[in-house]
Design a protein around this ligand. Sequence first.
Ligand code: C2E
Ligand code: CA
Ligand code: CA
Length: 697
Amino acid sequence: MQDAVPATLAPGSRGSSDALLRLIADSVPALMAYYDLPGLHCQFANQGYAAYNGHTTESILGLTVREAIGDKAWEAIQPHVERCLRREHVKYTREQTLPNGELRMIEVNLIPHFAPGGREQLGAFVLITDITERWRAERTVRQSEERMRKFTEATDEAIVFHRDGLITDGNEALTRLTGYALQEVIGLSIFNFISPEWRAVALDYTRNGREDPYEVTICHKDGHTIPVEVVGKTMPLQHADYRIVVVRDITARKQAQQREAFIALHDPLTQLPNRHFLMEQLAQVLALARRRHGSVAVLFINLDHFKTVNDSLGHHAGDQLLCGVAERLRQDVRDADVVARLGGDEFVVVLTDVRSPDDAARVADKLLASMQRVFTVNELPLTVSPSIGIGLFPDHADQADALVRCADAAMQHAKESGRGNRQFYDPRMDGSAIDVLQHERLLRQAIADSAFVLHYQPQMRLADGALRGFEALVRWRHPQRGLVGPDEFITFSESRGLITPIGRWVLREACRQLKAWQDQGLPQVPVAVNLSALEFRQRDVAGEIATVLGETGLAPHFLEIELTESVLLHQTGEALERLNALKALGIGIAIDDFGTGYSSLAYLKRYPIDKLKIDRSFVADTPDSADDVAIVTAIIQLARTLQIRTVAEGVETPAQMELLARLGCDLVQGHAVSPPLDADGILRWMRALPAPARGGL
Ligand code: C2E
Ligand code: CA
Ligand code: CA
């Protein structure tokens, strides 16, 4: 408006237009005045201006600016006035509080007025307009922009604005997410940042203005890709629509999903595939083999006596051992082969491509050998012996579950055939493996009927061939199968909680029998009774033995207990206490299967041990195997130093006897002396002994 003020509206120009001008000036929604130079005296003011400053349009005339507006206001505007006097068009806004307290925003224009030709400044127009409404509107926009900026900066989610795919703006988080500075991306297409395989999806969403979330992968400046969830919203604008897109980094969620998927399919301890995953993979492997007319082998692996490790060294050690086994299995087969853990100490290896059963046998043998290398757990050297059953596709079964069942049955058979070996499946195995429940039922019945019998195996002193004792070995009188050996039911009984009644029966029967023989005037030698590690730990064995000795009348020094080394490794002092309690009864303690256990030899000193029984696996290959001779020699010498007597187990040949005698072994037990015999058999055997050999204590 100020630009529209005509230069002819000069002060002093009186005439008929005066009234009209006054009318106009008083009607416009602005305050107007004109001050002339020198001195800046008011020559004209509209009503609004005069009233605003507390004057009438008449009374204000001739006043200086300072007089017209008052000292306080003058102080505030003086610098602006001075600028105007320096020929400058001055424009400023300031807040104005009305007498009623309302806050208004005004815009003040001070417009210098020049004489025609423009050289001389004649005065200055004052034009004041109330811009409160505009100012408020602008302030709202500013505030909402500010809020938007604050909002986009405050969030961790990247936000990008684009128009037809071209980036117009973005927040701080966007630069963090992508690694690009904002200047680098403005003007570029959003599709540049989306991984090529996801561009079509993003294009579809953008074109169709879809506002539901979707997932794509974007590329970081340094080249790595980031999975993101994207939600775009279309914002209508005057010229073109633009989209605001929120981009959320979902790396963590994706990883969690992958982890979950992994966990669902893998054993948490060893990270090997679990049963579920194994069956899935095996089904695929078989499908492929069917198409290619190939062969597949499934190896079912169970660790012998793993329970003993768990029981004696604790679950943590057991876990470590399982991890070690898992690692070795994985190392020993090809990448294409599958190694899975079914749980407990059961593993399955799938050989995806075998040409002949020999191939499978070779791998199984390799695994057997590899497991026998020492594992170090809790600084203890441990070895494991696996029993391996092998099922072949297509020979034994053509479906995954049936094939695994075959391998399982073959594994059971391997266990029954003395453990630590591998067996191929044979249809005849089905009965023995499958009917575990039947087995358990029969065994419970056997316990109820005391359907067991003890066989006794003599122990002979090498120095003079004298009988020095018996070992009692239990057999089960099976209703269909005749006498069944302990390997087929002792471990099984332990796992079913049935060992206690069997152990009690054996103890009582052995003591009773020996006392009966003694009463008949037969040699006065001790009987050794096997006690499983579980029994040793779970029962008050010392108390029970004292009772049985009392009831049968057998003197304590005629009873010996055979324990495997694993019981000695119990971390607590409990083992020592229990052994001392047994010792205090006056009975003997022998360590069975010595050398197969998980021991450092250090413990031997600490315990009250009378005998070491050298495991028959060490004796079997002597004298031919130099390694085994060395082991046996070492055990005998160690025992001597500790003043513990040695018994060699499983002695079958005269050559072994000779070697053992030379090494200074005290006693031998084995077929070379006599196999285990029932009570009648022992009577006959003893009667046949030459008198000096009958020995006695
Ligand atoms: P073990 O204590 O090592 O018993 C020796 C095993 O070696 C016996 O097997 C015996 O028949 C066998 N044997 C003896 N001499 C020879 C030989 O010259 N050559 C060969 N090849 N073998 C020989 P058996 O009777 O089958 O007993 C197996 C295992 O069952 C025993 O091993 C023992 O650990 C356990 N056992 C036996 N009776 C009992 C029992 O009453 N309670 C518990 N808890 N375990 C028992
Ligand atoms: Ca034994
Ligand atoms: Ca033994």
